[in-house]
Design a protein around this ligand. Structure first.
Ligand SMILES: *Cc1c(COP(=O)(O)O)cnc(C)c1O
Length: 476
């Protein structure tokens, strides 16, 4: 109990939070009156329990994981090593700036490198994930229009967008209107122009889009959006098609979030932690969440800045963000350097195109006949007459030790399978995937009825997924 009390004191003395951003510091109500009733079991039992659990997991460190849009690539262990160093792991955010110079320097330099990569002027590392970054970016846009006395109530989102885009807009109180995708898989510019009017606050877009295609008319899109008085938002969850090659800022985007846990070396897939830094052009800089981290040349120190005179949206999360994730990104960035980052992007695009080309004969790329960026989408629609769906092919892949691709996304493609090999996979792994996909294709021709049974090699085969989501019983 004393430890809790002491900690509270530290909160009060060292970590300065201006009144308008402070949350209730009355922590007494949360302090336990009795010791927690934790089970007592031997160390060996604990080790066996967790080791066995870990062996049930599918992971990118064990097998190929071509889960489109999720960027399940290898995360170099050097980044984990740095995150585990006690000098970093034991730093508490309530320390004073003076005691935290090293951590502040890493956060500042990471923010600067990400600004350079995206072509943006200001940054906040605070958001805890991609969706949270989107929410923050849209909140900044909203505050901008409020401050400048412009009434806007709508956000435009392509019909192929990640589901978090409309959610982030809705949570900020905006109406969401969908913009159509043309036959070529790109934004239908005429539809966009028809929907752009003075009520539109932003158009949220990712480039390459969720079909893995580069929006070639991006400059025209940007100028139309700006002409209508709206902002252009970049969903940068997957930057590994373009990092080091082109920059959202140069394409005309005003604000962007990145997923450090996809592109910049943090393992993910188990629900976090992640980090979704937000970067923006000067026009949106006054609205960034606080605290900001700044460098003062004169005294060679890194300081936190609470934006007393700015129009900040406030804090969107406690403290500075997910420091260990930011640290991993820092290590990854300096280990690769600008040349390495660029090569990683080239390789991601090359791997995806290699796979798409090899699979083309058996599966149907959408829209087909074009080059993709870091991922591509195939449709399993043509197997429907044999009663085999994308879902069944995904389940069959599990028996070959391969994680299923993303299925049924983007929504604009029926029986979609979205494949993202990432830059870290070898040619042997890609060739093996092609062989497996060919075997599956042949099986569909010969014995399609078997597809209702797969997978056969797992402890549990097919579960009732709807029931599992609606009535999660983790003890059964
Ligand atoms: C993953 C992803 C997101 C959401 O990121 P989270 O960290 O899961 O919140 C948003 N947009 C795209 C395109 C993504 O791939």
């Amino acid at each position: 109990m004393n430890a809790f009390k002491k900690r509270e004191k530290v909160v009060k003395t060292n970590f300065y939070i201006p009144k308008q951003h402070a949350v209730s510091r009355d922590l007494d109500q949360f302090i336990r009156q009795e010791p927690a009733e934790l089970p007592e079991i031997s160390e060996l039992n604990v080790v066996r329990h967790f080791t066995n659990l870990s062996r049930k997991n599918f992971s990118v460190d064990t097998n190929f994981y071509p889960l489109g849009s999720c960027t399940m690539k290898y995360n170099p262990k050097i980044a984990d090593n740095a995150a585990m160093m006690k000098e970093f792991a034991n730093v508490h955010p309530c320390l004073s700036n003076k005691e935290m110079q090293g951590s502040l320097e890493i956060m500042y330099k990471t923010g600067k490198m990400l600004s350079e990569l995206t072509g943006m002027d200001g940054f906040s590392l605070q958001p805890a994930a991609g969706a949270h970054g989107e929410f923050t970016g849209i909140a900044m846009i909203k505050k901008h229009f409020k401050e400048t006395g412009q009434e806007k109530n709508t956000v435009l989102v392509p019909d192929s967008a990640h589901g978090t885009n409309p959610s982030s807009a809705m949570l900020n109180g905006y109406k969401v209107k969908s913009v159509a995708t043309g036959k070529d898989g790109l934004v239908d510019i005429e539809d966009l122009k028809a929907k752009l009017d003075s009520t539109v606050a932003a158009f949220m877009l990712t480039n390459p889009n969720t079909l893995g295609l580069f929006e070639t008319q991006i400059l025209e899109i940007a100028s139309s959006v700006h002409k209508a008085g709206a902002m252009l938002y970049y969903d940068g969850a997957n930057l590994n098609a373009i990092a080091g090659i082109i920059r959202p800022g140069d394409m005309g985007f005003d604000v962007v979030h990145l997923n450090l846990h996809k592109t910049f070396a943090t393992p993910h897939g188990g629900g976090g932690p992640g980090a979704g830094p937000v970067l923006c052009k000067n026009i949106l800089k006054p609205y960034l969440p606080v605290p900001l981290i700044e460098y003062e040349k004169k005294s060679d120190t890194y300081n936190t800045q609470w934006g007393e005179n700015s129009k900040t949206i406030g804090m969107t999360r406690s403290f500075f963000g997910q420091f260990p994730v930011i640290l991993r990104a820092y290590v990854y960035l300096i280990a690769l350097g600008s040349e390495g980052i660029r090569n990683a992007s080239y390789r991601a695009v090359l791997n995806a195109n290699y796979l798409m080309k090899k699979l083309e004969e058996f599966y149907e790329p959408v829209p087909g006949g074009v080059r993709c960026m870091h991922e591509f989408v195939i449709s399993a629609k043509k197997f429907c007459d044999k009663n085999v769906r994308a879902f069944d092919i995904a389940k069959a892949l599990i028996d070959y030790g391969i994680h299923p691709p993303t299925i049924y996304f983007p929504l604009v493609v029926s029986e979609a399978m979205m494949i993202e090999p990432t830059e870290t996979e070898s040619m042997e792994t890609l060739d093996n995937f092609v062989d497996v996909m060919k075997k599956i294709y042949n099986k569909i021709q010969d014995s399609p009825e078997e597809f209702q049974e797969y997978p056969l090699t797992t402890g549990v085969s097919r579960v009732d997924e709807v029931k599992a989501v609606k009535e999660p019983n983790l003890r059964a």
